[in-house]
Design a binder for this molecule. Structure first.
Ligand code: SF4
Length: 328
């Protein structure tokens, strides 16, 4: 491994062994600061000519296909594989954080013996040692398989909790941030204990406040007459079939709906449209993370179904993109 947490030696070997001369590099926002140094190192060691993608990138769902089409091979950093691309290689990032300390902190919060074990790709290589520690303390940890959008058992994305579909009463999540454990709690309706290896904390995830907030947006959209259904052009986010289905149902309920197709979904890009609410079929995180920045409510597909009377309030589900929802 180089100083970059990425396996640059294997990239260099790939380039040299195939004698590639034109290389693309794509980094998510959090790793862009490393881009120039990595490009320089690859250039020096292989002599290949490098182009770095300057477009925003938030996930493996968001491949810079224009750049990939211009180079012999493109390396996409920071995410595990998603979709089928002939010349894109996914270079995962692995965290060196010690996860056992936060698991020890979580032990007193675990109330059942059989646990669903979930994490993000950064900590996936640590699941073996976590399972061992849990077993020594009398717990059986089960990482679920998940669908094709994830690469490893136990791996969750912000838009995919299929690896949490295991026979258990509660879940142990390893990672930072609230979104993934919250998603699992809502998707499964079960208790989730979130253990954060960076802060060495562990807590039971509470979703009441989150659901109250979402209920507020749903209530506000109930009075709406005109809705914009956002469809993404990104490779792993394009849910045009879902958007068409929602539009069809909404029209039956006498709602005026318009499909709006776009690449990067931002509040600024949508400010000018005269609609009463948006329905987001692009990355589900946008609906949650950026909700307060939109000038009108932005709803998940499931929330929109509640608004038009096709779903009950108490059947609110987390929005997920599953393997068959997109055609990559
Ligand atoms: S759709 Fe959103 S949550 Fe899912 S992989 Fe892409 S960026 Fe991440």
């Amino acid at each position: 491994m180089s100083e970059f947490d990425f396996d640059l030696d294997s990239i260099i070997n790939t380039i040299k062994s195939k004698n590639y001369k034109t290389i693309g590099l794509q980094f998510p926002e959090g790793f862009k600061r490393k881009a120039v140094n990595i490009a320089k190192e690859l250039e020096n060691k292989t002599g290949a000519s490098i182009i770095i993608s300057g477009n925003p990138c938030f996930g493996a769902c968001d491949i810079d296909t224009a750049l990939a089409g211009k180079v012999e091979i493109m390396f996409h950093f920071g995410h595990s594989k998603m979709g089928k691309f002939n010349n894109v290689v996914f270079i995962e990032a692995r965290s060196n954080a010690d996860v056992l300390l936060c698991i020890k902190t979580a032990l007193p919060l675990l109330k059942t013996r059989k646990l669903g074990l979930i994490t993000t790709v950064q900590h996936i290589h640590k699941l073996g040692e976590v399972t061992k520690l849990l077993r020594e303390n009398g717990f059986e940890a089960i990482p679920g398989k998940g669908d094709r959008r994830v690469s490893y058992p136990g791996q969750v994305l912000g838009c995919n909790f299929t690896a949490a579909h295991v026979d258990c009463e509660e879940y142990l999540y390893i990672g930072s941030g609230f979104f993934h454990p919250l998603g699992v709690a809502i998707a499964t309706g079960k208790k989730v204990i979130a253990a954060d290896p960076y802060m060495n904390t562990a807590e039971v995830v509470s979703h009441e406040k989150f659901l109250r907030k979402r209920s507020g947006y749903i209530a506000k959209a109930m009075n709406g007459k005109i809705f914009g259904i956002i469809v993404s052009t990104k490779s792993g986010q394009n849910r045009i079939e879902l958007a068409n289905r929602l539009a069809g149902i909404a029209k039956k309920h006498a709602k005026q709906v318009h499909l709006i197709m776009m690449d990067l979904v931002t509040p600024d890009q949508l400010l000018a449209f005269k609609v009463d609410a948006y329905v987001n079929t692009a990355c589900p995180r946008i609906t949650i993370d950026d909700a307060e920045r939109f000038h009108v409510p932005i709803l998940t597909p499931q929330e929109f179904e509640i608004v038009i009377g096709e779903r009950k309030w108490d059947d609110l589900k987390m929005d997920e993109i599953l393997e068959n929802d997109v055609h990559e």
